[in-house]
Design a protein around this ligand. Structure first.
Ligand code: NAD
Ligand code: WQD
Length: 347
C-alpha cells in the first residue's frame, strides 16, 4: 500500500492514477485545505479501482502513525503542502508550520512505523535565480521566497535523516512548471480564487471567465522579451513518481529535476493555447512581477540516467489537455452556478 499525502490535489490526483494503473493500492491522506474529495471520486472512475481516503492533517502525527500501520504502508509519496509564493510572504509561519513541521511529523511517524521509503515533492524554486541554464542538480540552492525556503529546509532535513540512518530510501523530485490535465478531461487544476500561475489564467481568459491576461514583462533578455519556463505535462510528472518508486529498491537518497529541458515563453504559451482552443486570449503587457526571473528550464539528464524517465508530451498536448479540462469543467470541481453569478462574471 502506498500512502499519497496531498493526493486529492492537482498533481496528487494524477500521481494516484499513475500508481493505480501500475497496480499499486493507494491510501490518500489530505486535509482538503486546497482540494475537493470529488477529484478522488473521478480518479476511481478513470481507473476503475477504489482508493482509500483519510481526511487527516499531516501534522497529526498520531493519526498518520495509525494510517501507516492500519494500511500496512510500504512507501509514502509526499505531495501535501501549501504552494503560493505570494501567500508565503504574507504568512511565513503558516508555511513553515504546514510544510516543514508537517513533513517533520510525517517522517517521525514513518520512523516509528518503520516505513523508510519516501518520495518528496520539491520544486525548481529551490534554485532561486539561475546562474546558468539549463539548471542541473548541482546548481547552487538559494530560494528567494519563504515557500521555496520551506522546500529547501525540508530537503536538508531529509538529507540529515538519511545521514543518520542509511536505511532510508528517499527521492527528492524538483518539479519545474506542471501544466495540463489527464486526457479524460475530468480531473485537473482547480485553483481557488485568482490563479497564481500562467496556464490556469490563460485558460480562464480563453473561456471568458477573465477579460484578459496581463503579460508580466516583455523586456526580458529572451527572444520575444517575455519570461521563459520549463512547462511539463502533469501526466509526465506523475509518471516520474512511478519511475522513482520503482527505482527506490534499496537504501539511498537521490535528488533529481523533473522537467522537459525545453524553455517556452509566455507569448508562445498564449499562441499555442489560442490555436489549440480556437479561442482568443486577449492580453496586454504589464510590469515585471517582483521576484520573477527571465528564464528557467531544467537539465533533465539525471532523471533519464538514474530513473530511465523522460517527458514525452508536447506543448500542444499540454494546452489541449488543459483546455479539455477547463472547457468541460468551467467551475472546476464546484457544481455549476448561474451564469449571472459573481463567480462567473469576467474580471
Ligand atoms: P495542490 O494544492 O493542488 O495539492 C496539495 C494538496 O495538499 C491539497 O490537496 C491540500 O489540500 C493538501 N494539503 C496541504 N497541506 C496539508 C496538510 N497539512 N495536511 C494534509 N493535506 C494537506 O498543489 P499541487 O500543485 O498539486 O502541488 C503538490 C505538491 O507539489 C506541493 O507540495 C507543491 O509545493 C509541489 N509543487 C507544485 C508545483 C506547481 O506549480 N503546482 C511546482 C513545484 C512543486
Ligand atoms: C510563469 C511565467 C510569469 C502570470 C511559480 C512558483 C514556483 C512553482 C511554479 C511551486 C512567468 C508569467 C504569470 C501572469 C504572466 N510552484 N506570467 N502573467 O513563476 O515560474 O513559478 O509556479 O513550486 O515556485 O514561483 O510560474 O506560472 O507563475 O509564471 O505573464 O498573470 O508566466 O511572469 O514568466 P513561475 P508562473
Amino acid at each position: 500500500m502506498i500512502m499519497v499525502t496531498g493526493g486529492a490535489g492537482y498533481i496528487g490526483s494524477h500521481v494516484c492514477i499513475a500508481l493505480l494503473d501500475a497496480g499499486f493500492d493507494v491510501v490518500v491522506v489530505d486535509n482538503l485545505s486546497n482540494s475537493k474529495r470529488t477529484s478522488l471520486d473521478r480518479v476511481q472512475a478513470i481507473c476503475g479501482r477504489s482508493i482509500s481516503f483519510e481526511k487527516v492533517d499531516l501534522r497529526d502525527e498520531k493519526a498518520i502513525l495509525r494510517i501507516l500501520r492500519d494500511f500496512d504502508v510500504t512507501a509514502v509519496v509526499h505531495l501535501a503542502g501549501l504552494k503560493a509564493v505570494g501567500d508565503s510572504h504574507e504568512n511565513p509561519i503558516g508555511y513553515y508550520d504546514n510544510n516543514f513541521v508537517g513533513t517533520l511529523r510525517l517522517v517521525s511517524a514513518m520512523k516509528t512505523a518503520n516505513v523508510r521509503k519516501l518520495i518528496f515533492s520539491s520544486s525548481a524554486t529551490v534554485y532561486g535565480n539561475p546562474s546558468y541554464l539549463p539548471i542541473d542538480e548541482s546548481h547552487s540552492l538559494a530560494p528567494t521566497n519563504p515557500y521555496g525556503r520551506t522546500k529547501y529546509f525540508i530537503e536538508e532535513m531529509l538529507r540529515d535523516l538519511h545521514g543518520s540512518d542509511n536505511d532510508w530510501s528517499i527521492a527528492i523530485l524538483r518539479y519545474f512548471n506542471p501544466v495540463g490535465a489527464h486526457e479524460s478531461g475530468v480531473i485537473g487544476e482547480d485553483p481557488s480564487g485568482i490563479p497564481n500561475n500562467l496556464l490556469p489564467l490563460v485558460a480562464q481568459v480563453a473561456i471568458g471567465k477573465r477579460k484578459q491576461l496581463v503579460v508580466l514583462g516583455n523586456d526580458y533578455p529572451t527572444h520575444d522579451g517575455t519570461g521563459i519556463r520549463d512547462f511539463i505535462h502533469v501526466v509526465d510528472l506523475a509518471s516520474g513518481h512511478l519511475s522513482a518508486l520503482n527505482h527506490l529498491k534499496g537504501p539511498g537518497i537521490l535528488t533529481t529535476n523533473l522537467g522537459t529541458g525545453r524553455g517556452t515563453s509566455v507569448l508562445e504559451i498564449v499562441q499555442a493555447f489560442e490555436s489549440v482552443s480556437g479561442s482568443a486570449v486577449p492580453h496586454t503587457i504589464g510590469d515585471r512581477r517582483a521576484g520573477d526571473v527571465a528564464a528557467c528550464y531544467a537539465d533533465p539528464t539525471l532523471a533519464a540516467d538514474l530513473l530511465g524517465w523522460k517527458s514525452t508530451k508536447t506543448l500542444v498536448q499540454m494546452c489541449a489537455d488543459h483546455w479539455r479540462w477547463q472547457s468541460n469543467n468551467p467551475n472546476g470541481y464546484h457544481p455549476p452556478t448561474q451564469p449571472t453569478s459573481e463567480r462567473d462574471a469576467p474580471t
